[in-house]
Design a protein around this ligand. Structure first.
Ligand code: GDP
Length: 199
């Protein structure tokens, strides 16, 4: 898929106020600092469409971007903040879970995982919650350039083994690098295919 246009539409914390258009929608979510803003900017080939952590006042909202005037890319807040009550099992905010529960246009979520790290509880719990709520998702292993190719494969294999402890199969996954544009074509091609299936 070629990106012809990418426009910011709106930010809010209320799913009821998200755009009304019934266009296919893809959400991007992960722990803070996983490389989500960099990935969105890389996919859209715009330097600062999504804000990166280097900047103050990073939004904690549901951000809608209209792509090629026919689908939405949604940048969701990072989860796993210490601010959230320690007693709470779920460390993601209520408006995020509401977004997933209520947003009918959502076709697929991309859960971003830092390819350098061992499987983290918060990510595994988040994907478990997605599964329980029947929300389709794919995994994106980010910052692939920070590892040697063998180490990347090894980490993805470790992740797959961990997932298979609770899942019947490993969800579809991608490995990306925002600094090298790795994975861009594959990811956009996949989104294009899912869009076509919906037409
Ligand atoms: P966010 O908080 O998930 O939006 O993360 P950012 O996109 O702001 O990235 C967090 C940090 O990781 C920044 O310092 C980025 O420059 C760095 N980063 C993000 N993606 C990559 C990548 O693919 N490769 C490398 N080497 N660094 C990355």
């Amino acid at each position: 898929m070629k990106i012809k246009s990418a426009e910011f539409i709106l930010s809010n914390s209320d799913v009821a106020k998200c755009p009304k258009e019934k266009l296919p929608e893809y959400a991007f979510i992960g722990r803070s600092n996983v490389g989500k803003s960099s990935l969105i900017n890389m996919l859209m080939q715009k330097k600062s469409l999504a804000k990166t952590s280097g900047r103050p006042g990073k939004t904690q909202l549901i951000n809608h971007f209209l792509i090629n005037k026919n689908w939405f890319l949604v940048d969701l807040p990072g989860y796993g903040y210490a601010k959230v009550s320690k007693s709470s099992k779920r460390v993601f905010q209520k408006f995020i879970t509401e977004y997933f529960a209520k947003r009918e246009q959502l076709l697929l979520a991309f859960v971003l995982i830092d390819s350098r790290h061992e499987p983290q509880k918060v990510d595994l719990e988040f994907m478990q919650w997605m599964g329980e709520n029947q929300i389709p998702f794919s995994i994106i292993f980010t910052k692939a350039d920070k590892l040697k190719p063998n180490a990347l494969l090894r980490n993805i294999d470790t992740y797959t083994q961990k997932m298979l402890e609770t899942w019947e199969e490993m969800p579809k996954y991608f490995a990306t690098s925002s600094s090298h544009s790795t994975g861009r074509e594959d990811l956009l091609k996949y989104i294009g295919e899912v869009n076509n299936q919906m037409e």
